[in-house]
Design a protein around this ligand. Sequence first.
Ligand SMILES: Nc1nc2c(c(=O)[nH]1)N[C@H]1C(S)=C(S)[C@@H](COP(=O)(O)O)O[C@H]1N2
Ligand SMILES: [Mo]
Length: 406
Amino acid sequence: MKRRSFVKKTVLSSFAAIIGTELIFGANMMEGYTPLALQEPNPFKLFSKNKEMLVLNDKPWNIEAQAHLLDDKVTPNSSMFIRNNGKIPEEINPETWTLTIDGEAVKNKKTYTLADLKSTFKQHTYQLTLECGGNGRSEFDPPAKGNQWTIGAVHCASWTGIRLRDILEDAGIKSNAVYIGYHAVDAHLSGDPSKEPISRGCPMSKALQDETILAFQMNGEAIPLAHGYPLRLIAGGWPASVSGKWLNRISIRDKVHDGTKMMGTAYRVPKNPVAPGEKVKDEDMGIIESMPVKSLITYPKTGATLKENQPLEIRGHAWAGELEVEKMEYSIDFGATWTTCLVEKPANRLAWQHFSASINFPKKGYYEIWAKAIDSNNIAQPMLLPGWNPKGYLNNACHRIAIKVV
Ligand SMILES: Nc1nc2c(c(=O)[nH]1)N[C@H]1C(S)=C(S)[C@@H](COP(=O)(O)O)O[C@H]1N2
Ligand SMILES: [Mo]
């Protein structure tokens, strides 16, 4: 029997990116056949994630970390949460990938290949904290719809790319520019090609910052597919929804970008405090910009047991959106008294900061360690929940772990 090579070239090229190795005998695959490794759920350990990662949803894929998995100073791929609004694209060819800069406020609409971007503009590497606006949603009452993130929708990886400012200036920014909006190739869950799963952006002031980059590498390697291969916007310190994955177009807008998930209650919170469960009018909601101050104890893991008369070394990370973390404190008495931790300076602006402390417990028994970060505007994390909002965003309550001294 004569076999014919029916498999699409694009399937073959995306295969290596997704699975990380070559597809042997690919030429023998039948027409229309999708290799198991490209079907979902992916049998190769779910995007190379740690097996302790928690799958919140597989249509679309939403996976979160646990605090102890985030112990590394720079988050490895294996512990990075994945948040998708649509389908992860499967057929990506970096050779033919392009990025277009357009919009009402661009001087010259321009299209660049990936090779253009890499060779024309200076490359920069930054560690950048990305936290999903909905991280911590699971604690709000009345509950908010959406993925019930607990504490694991945050990461701080090292990203390499070019400054968004350099490419926007290359195309030319008109004086009426207000906002940028991104567009990407991921498909809407409905399959309707006229719909985008998400298309967000940021004001020009954020777009033009040094650390706002178009990245093509993460932690020194090509960006993993689930995190936006081959090109991704990174806007550290803002809700991670601004950091568009699989980018192929950026529009320089003469008004606030009005793409999918920019309007209504999406990534917006009440401008003034509201009672839990209260209906809020659209005009009383404001777009989330810089994320609030927050921290995580990444060592030890909650539930740790230790011997009496033995100090416990705790450590973790703290971040504060566009600001720096000025001070970090812990409490072992439910917030009655607080002790200062050691806090390191960030590796660069918008990178999370590492803290540590050595704790002595007075006697055997059950304790909770609460961690509280304070930002450079002297704003502290709330001990328990911050203000309720309709979509359950911005829960920056103190992280707490349980300890037994025996
Ligand atoms: N194209 C595209 N970009 C996207 C999204 C998406 O669904 N599609 N999700 C956004 C949201 S809501 C978050 S929190 C981050 C998650 O990034 P990660 O999956 O790399 O952790 O990507 C953002 N960028
Ligand atoms: Mo998000």
